[in-house]
Design a protein around this ligand. Structure first.
Ligand code: HEC
Length: 151
């Protein structure tokens, strides 16, 4: 039956074409979403797409008194981010830059909330976040977990 074979081939070709259309539509949608993620808008907390950070600029920012609270990063996190004024405050020195940037974006966007830390991040620009992450990430690491701190 030549006709049945023909119909079967046609069905396969049609199926392949539909699959291609579906796939290309998916990838268009994905790339349309990316600009928002890259700029950190719309509550995104991805550090992907942030501008390149500068260590020297980050050091200046880390020592500058913030407008909101009159405190600098190192007032609480200590020199190099390694001498927090309270045992329950995290050390930042040598932490992965991506992690630091991600945390700051989350505080700024409200995904992560803390009475002391959220106001510190509220007015940081994407560039500030990258610079601060580059600076603290470049410090010697004395990271430790909070084991035993909350006894
Ligand atoms: C008033 C004290 C204070 C100041 C000033 C402060 N922080 Fe914090 N920071 C904290 C506390 C407390 C935490 C832990 C909050 C929590 O549990 O989410 C924290 C957490 C963080 C974290 C998350 C660390 C982790 O391991 O998850 C980062 C990053 C951070 N601070 C960076 C900064 C930067 C950068 C500045 C300056 C712009 C700054 N902090 C200023 C008190 C402060």
């Amino acid at each position: 039956m030549p006709n049945a074979k023909h119909a079967q081939r046609l069905a396969i070709v049609l199926f392949a074409a539909l699959t291609l259309v579906a796939c290309s539509k998916e990838s268009t949608e994905a790339s349309a979403e990316n600009p928002g993620h890259a700029s950190g808008e719309h509550g995104s907390s991805s550090s992907a797409g942030l501008p390149k950070g500068h260590i020297a600029k980050g050091e200046e920012l880390a020592k500058a008194k913030g407008k909101a609270t009159g405190q600098s990063c190192i007032d609480c996190h200590g020199a190099d981010g390694n001498a927090p004024i309270d045992d329950t405050y995290p050390k930042l020195g040598g932490q992965y830059g991506d992690y630091l940037a991600h945390a700051l974006q989350a505080y700024r966007g409200g995904d992560r909330q803390h009475a002391l830390m959220s106001p510190q991040a509220a007015n940081l620009s994407d560039q500030d976040i990258s610079d601060l992450a580059a600076y603290f990430g470049s410090r010697p690491s004395q990271l430790r977990d909070l084991h035993g701190v909350h006894e």
